[in-house]
Design a protein around this ligand. Structure first.
Ligand code: RIB
Length: 307
């Protein structure tokens, strides 16, 4: 069984459906409302655990009821919680999410406690990093946590997957230590200055990221698919699975948690991406983020039906 250490955010998702995403100054009557576990780090940890990985989650929550619930939720998913610490003053983070009739979303994250993960929190988890086949992180925490994670994982010779979401500026030095980077179109655009919206622009952006020293670049383009560039050729496009989407929130997290699992399990790169695409597709057929992550059996059924 693969061991995956996830360093990232946990926040409570406060989600409302809305006929359309409100523009500045506009109030829209929406609903229904749902509250549940979220945060890119937490969602990715749940995705990996439901696919059978041994997952350790490193994050920070508040000493509040949301923090208690977070730990209970992770335990229910079979995720190791030793490195989930409680901040004495900060509250557990939240995300305000609006999902419109075309199932697109808009999110405002207030990271709260998980924005305060320190270098020392990361160093305390060194023994878990040692056991990990893959270290998976995002950019929804403090840059101190991101840098310490990449530093420690690299020193231990670990495979590092960086999902650069949400976009924050990262140094070229940090990028050069990453094994896989998985930006979506927006993040790839911000990281490279190339407007990414199709295969040709993804190829151009991927080449720039590779020149910066990332070993393998995977640009996710939503329902279109993914562009893979690992330096063996000019890169290649992998089509997404077409499904009826009800909520696309967390699809990137499903992809990343799954991709980490399949790479740790030893799948060849393209196959790991295809399987992760399938997990992303399954996740959009349900409402919510972490709760919408599919289980291993769901994936196997889906793959046999889509041969
Ligand atoms: O990627 C989706 C996630 O982004 C949501 O769960 C929300 O918490 C935000 O962090």
């Amino acid at each position: 069984m693969a061991n995956i250490t996830v360093v990232g955010s946990y926040v409570v998702d406060l989600m409302s459906r809305t006929p359309h995403i409100p523009s500045a100054g506009e109030t829209v009557l929406g609903g229904p409302f749902r509250m549940g576990p979220g945060g890119k780090g937490g969602n990715q940890a749940v995705a990996a655990a439901r696919l059978g990985s041994n997952v350790t989650m490193l994050t920070k929550v508040g000493k509040d009821i949301f923090g208690d619930e977070a730990i209970k939720n992770f335990e229910n998913e079979g995720i190791e919680t030793t490195h989930i610490s409680r901040h004495p003053e900060e509250v557990t983070g939240t995300a305000l999410i609006a999902v419109d009739d075309s199932s697109e979303n808009m999110i405002v994250v207030a990271p709260g406690a998980c924005g305060k993960i320190t270098k020392s929190d990361v160093e305390k988890a060194k023994a878990d990093f040692e056991k990990a086949d893959v270290v998976l992180l995002q950019l929804e925490t403090s840059m101190e946590a991101v840098e310490a994670t990449v530093e420690q994982a690299q020193q231990l010779g670990k495979t590092i997957i960086l999902n650069p979401a949400p976009y924050q500026e990262v140094t070229a030095e940090l990028l050069s230590k990453v094994t896989y980077i998985t930006p979506n179109e927006t993040e790839a655009t911000l990281l490279t200055g190339v407007e990414v919206n199709d295969e040709a622009s993804a190829r151009e952006a991927a080449a720039i990221l590779q020149e910066k020293g990332v070993q393998t670049v995977i640009i996710t383009l939503g329902k279109k698919g993914c562009f893979i560039h690992d330096g063996t050729d000019e890169g290649r496009f992998v089509q997404a699975f077409q499904v009826e989407a009800v909520d696309t929130t967390g699809a990137g997290d499903a992809f990343n948690g799954a991709f980490a699992t399949f790479i740790a399990d030893g799948f060849p790169l393209d196959e790991a991406v295809i399987r992760a695409n399938a997990v992303g597709a399954l996740s959009v057929t349900k409402i919510g983020t972490a709760p919408a992550m599919p289980y291993k059996e769901d994936l196997e059924q889906f793959l046999s039906a889509h041969k």
